[in-house]
Design a protein around this ligand. Structure first.
Ligand SMILES: *Cc1c(COP(=O)(O)O)cnc(C)c1O
Length: 228
C-alpha cells in the first residue's frame, strides 16, 4: 500500500477505536513517527494533512525541521542524551516525550533558564519494568515529581509509555490501563496535563481503548524502517 492509503487506514482505525471507547477521533493526536524516513516522504505525509511528526535522533530532527514547513509540530520521542539538550531548546520542539531521569531534567531546566524559555515534556514511564527500556517505574514517579517540582521551565504535559512487544493483548491492555490510572491520578495535581502518549503501530488501537489520547505510529504509515 502507498503512503496515502496507509494514512487513511490508520486514521480510520483511530476513529473506530475512539468511537468504541466513547470518544472522538479528534481527541486522539496522531504523531507520525518519521525517524529514518527521508525528508521528501515526510513532506508527502505533510501534504496528506499530517502535522505532528516524531523523531528520535537530534541530528536527524534538526535536518528535517529546517527543511520542512514551520507549522509542523515536532515530537522528540527517543532517549535524549544530556549533551544534546542544548540543540533542542528554543529550536522548534513542540513536545519532548522522554523525560526519564533527574540529570536530564536538570539540564533542560538549566538550558531553558539560559535561553529564557521553557519546554513541554512528558514523563516516560516503564510500566512493565522492562530492562531494555527507559522510563521510570510506577513507584518512582512520586519521588521524581517531587525532585523536579521547582523546575519551573519544564512544563509537564503528562506521561508517555512504550508497551512490551507481545501478542498477549490482555496483558497489553492491562499495562495501558495502569498508565491511564497513573495519568488520571496525577492530572488532579497537574492541571497542565493533557497527553497520555501510548500506542505504536502494533498496539495503538488497544492503547486508545484504554485511554490513550496520543499515538506514535511509524511503520503502519511509512512501512518498515531501513536503518543505515
Ligand atoms: C519508533 C518508535 C515508535 C514508532 O514505532 P512503530 O512500531 O514503527 O509504529 C513509537 N514510539 C517510540 C518511542 C519509538 O521509538
Amino acid at each position: 500500500m502507498g503512503l496515502s492509503e496507509n494514512i487513511t487506514a490508520v486514521r480510520q482505525k483511530i476513529a473506530f477505536a475512539a468511537d468504541r471507547a466513547g470518544r472522538k477521533a479528534e481527541d486522539v493526536t496522531l504523531v507520525a513517527v518519521s525517524k529514518t524516513v527521508d525528508t521528501e516522504t515526510v513532506e508527502a505525509a505533510y501534504r496528506e494533512g499530517l502535522r505532528c511528526f516524531g523523531e528520535n535522533r537530534v541530528q536527524e530532527y534538526l535536518k528535517k525541521s529546517e527543511a520542512l514547513p514551520s507549522d509542523i509540530k515536532w515530537n522528540l520521542i527517543g532517549q535524549l542524551q544530556t549533551n544534546k539538550v542544548k540543540y533542542i531548546i528554543n529550536n522548534g520542539v513542540a513536545l519532548l516525550h522522554s523525560l526519564d531521569r533527574l540529570s536530564l531534567a536538570q539540564e533542560l531546566q538549566k538550558e531553558c533558564v539560559k535561553k529564557n524559555t521553557s519546554i513541554d515534556a512528558l514523563i516516560e514511564v516503564n510500566i512493565a519494568k522492562e530492562e531494555s527500556k527507559s522510563g521510570l517505574y510506577l513507584e518512582q514517579v512520586d519521588a521524581f515529581l517531587d525532585e523536579i517540582a521547582d523546575f519551573d521551565r519544564i512544563c509537564l504535559k503528562g506521561f508517555m509509555t512504550v508497551a512490551p512487544y507481545t501478542e498477549d493483548r490482555t496483558y497489553l491492555r492491562k499495562i495501558f490501563a495502569q498508565a491511564k490510572t497513573l495519568y488520571d491520578a496525577k492530572k488532579k495535581d497537574f492541571p497542565g496535563f493533557k497527553y497520555l502518549s501510548m500506542g505504536m503501530s502494533n498496539d495503538y488501537e488497544d492503547a486508545i481503548l484504554e485511554g490513550s489520547n496520543m499515538v506514535r505510529v511509524g511503520t503502519a504509515i511509512f512501512g518498515s524502517r531501513i536503518y543505515k
